[in-house]
Design a protein around this ligand. Structure first.
Ligand code: FES
Ligand SMILES: [Fe+2]
Length: 390
């Protein structure tokens, strides 16, 4: 495979990781037009099924219409802005705001409002719920706050559908296992760049992920996204390292059927805030939630083979995991995510020092090359405004 990340260089200034202005620009120009994970298709299988969520500044929901079509809307009533639906469920054939009971069709049009004739003079036609973009791929529903985003779902996913993808939500092979939230004291890009840095895997994580040196793992670009494979074994790339396979088998975790069909990815970083982690022992979706320039939450939802806790037990954790609450040193946690949190918080502290300067990045698509690929996409979205932001 050609080295697509030869000779990487740092493209972003350090203000990009620290300043409120950058964070505001990212909200305005990047997150407002980005695709993100919403839910699985089976959660909105029937007319009236809905799932609500908040993506950055945007409360939204997806709903299956009486016509069978899936739609996404901003969860903001056109009267005084109350969230129209809460959590998830089935709303029947209409959506009703709880505040003053304005009622909408599942296609978004305003259908009726109490005391229509005595209280309102103007018509209802211009008061439909505001639409967001929605689409599906491999049983996952994605949304974009922009109704007409600059990149369609198909172009954003690039050729992802060409990758083998053995995980299904609709055939009874997997069940939802729960969610964990991590609170990380770092800029979201520090976390992201660490996640796509193949150079650290064999060193920071040698006890949790194995000896994944840059020539034994690769990040492959797929549009703005990057996907990771282990190349430790002979033959086609694999979705897991030898050590993590041994650890998971040691837990007694069940493998999914089709796990040994090689060449499905181990990590899919969907730019900018969604991370898919398919594995032989389950499936995980993580969404990054940048809260401030230096606080990022990550919400990880997991599915495991029916009857098995899978690789990680996601139950029983009811508050965000933070480094400061850990009783052991992160390197003794046996958890690569905790090891990563330990590092990214160090990087964020260092970024604030006037003495901080970025050194040379390690060449190659199994090393630090993907970092440049990522930074270029951030710059593409922020466009000409970057100069002003800096
Ligand atoms: S805010 Fe929804 S009906 Fe008034
Ligand atoms: Fe890591």
């Amino acid at each position: 495979m050609a080295n697509e990340f030869a000779k990487p260089v740092q493209l972003l200034p350090k203000e990009a990781y620290l300043s409120d202005k950058w964070f505001e620009a990212e909200n305005e120009l990047l997150f407002s037009r980005s695709w993100t994970y919403a839910c699985t298709e089976v959660e909105v299988a029937n007319p009236g099924d809905f799932v609500s969520f908040v993506f950055m500044d945007y409360p939204m929901f997806v709903v299956r219409g009486t016509d069978g079509n899936l739609r996404a809307f901003h969860n903001i009533c056109r009267h005084r802005g109350c969230e129209v639906v809460e959590d998830r469920g089935n709303c029947g054939s209409t959506l009703m705001c709880p505040y003053h009971r304005w009622t909408y069709e599942l296609s978004g049009e305003l259908r009726s409002r109490p005391n229509e004739e005595s209280c309102f003079e103007d018509g209802k036609d211009s008061l439909a719920l505001k639409a967001a973009a929605v689409g599906t791929s491999a049983g996952i529903v994605y949304v974009n706050p922009a109704e007409d985003p600059p990149e369609s779902l198909g172009s954003w996913l690039a050729n992802m559908e060409e990758h083998a993808w053995p995980h299904r939500f609709d055939d009874g092979s997997m069940e939802y296992a729960g969610e964990i939230v991590y609170e990380m004291h770092c800029n979201w890009k520090v976390f992201y760049e660490n996640a796509i840095d193949g150079y650290h895997l064999g060193y920071l994580h040698d006890n949790t992920l194995g000896k994944l040196y840059p020539d034994r793992n690769i990040w492959k670009p797929v549009g703005r996204n990057v996907v990771w494979y282990s190349t430790e074994r002979d033959g086609p790339p694999q979705s897991n390292s030898i050590l993590s396979a041994d650890i998971s088998d040691g837990y007694g975790a069940t493998r999914l059927a089709g796990h040994n069909e090689a060449f499905y990815p181990g990590v899919v970083m969907l730019f900018p805030l969604t991370i898919l982690s398919p594995s032989p022992w389950g499936f995980y979706v993580s969404t990054l939630e940048p809260a401030t320039p230096d606080i990022t939450y990550m919400r990880t939802k997991g599915w495991a083979p029916v009857g098995s806790a899978g690789r990680f037990d996601l139950s029983g954790v009811d508050k965000p995991i933070k480094l400061e609450d850990l009783e052991e040193h992160p390197l003794e946690s046996g958890n690569f995510q905790i090891e990563d949190m330990w590092i990214v918080e160090k990087i964020q502290r260092a970024l604030k020092s006037p003495k901080f300067e970025i050194g040379p990045l390690a060449n190659g698509d199994g090393a630090e090359g993907p970092i440049m690929h990522f930074q270029q996409s951030v710059l593409d979205y922020l466009g000409a405004d970057v100069g002003e932001v800096v």
